[in-house]
Design a protein around this ligand. Sequence first.
Ligand code: 13P
Length: 325
Amino acid sequence: MYKYQDLGLTNIDEMMAKAYREGYAIPAFNFISIEQYSGIIDAISELKSPVMLLVSPNLLRQLGGTIIGRISQSGVDRMKEMGLNPEISLHLDHGMKYEDCVEAINYGFSSVMIDGSALSFEDNIALTKKVVDYAHSRGVSVEGELGVLSGAEEEGEHANDSSKYTDPKKVEEFVRRTDVDCLAISIGTSHGLVKMKADKNGNLPELKYEILKEIEKNVPNFPIVLHGSSALIPKYMKMINDYGGNIPNSVGIPEEQVAKVAKMAVCKVNIASDGWVTALGLTRKILAENPASIDSRVFTLKVRPALKEVYINKIKLLGSENKLK
Ligand code: 13P
């Protein structure tokens, strides 16, 4: 059993409160490879940004909590060596069961998400509250979810094919009865490659800012989380298909829309797919151009700086640059 404090990781409550006060959002990046992880640490070190490292229950099982905890600790240590004062939280993304959250907390995660969004309102409250009780007794913060996003979290996972916007009238009761520390809502984003659809004139829809504003009114100063926020970077989406891939020509969430809500009550913005498509696009291209290579560094050495660039752009977009103490 590990404690996040011993790994040098940061609790998110203060990070979120500062982000709310100052009108920016914490970048919350999923990682599944060491290049993505290194790219994240490179970017936050250069721009002096706080970060939340998102780990799915699948990755927790694949790598094991001890390895994930130590990897996260290494970023803290590296930034300290550079004379920085890192604020890195390790966060379980979409815990689906109470046991997922307990496992993550016992391995030193500093916050967990319990996603009861597919349950009834009452069952979602009961599950979320159970996680909150366990987590808070250990100083760990909890993110809940109300409203349903479409798309799949990870390949092979069950995909929701319909979304349901968050009902702003239910948010205050949910927050009060569960005592969650932040809440993911549904205002028009979705996970993975199922994202925005242009109308017949080619215009993309706008996120539902009015829902967010009403939520903000009902739970003042309470941090809101936006999932499914990738832009699906066209250059890398195209690169995947140009080099043997077969993905749909999906359109992501326009960056100006994400930037707009980051100035509102949204204090945490989740981004996974932009890291995935960047790494995959470049890997496919470089492998195709180097058919005789047997050393994976032929692509890993190029993928890391490209990812750093992607994460740097996100940090600037969300306004979290120079926000370390
Ligand atoms: P994207 O698929 O848009 O990157 O969203 C990821 C996410 O919300 C993870 O929880």
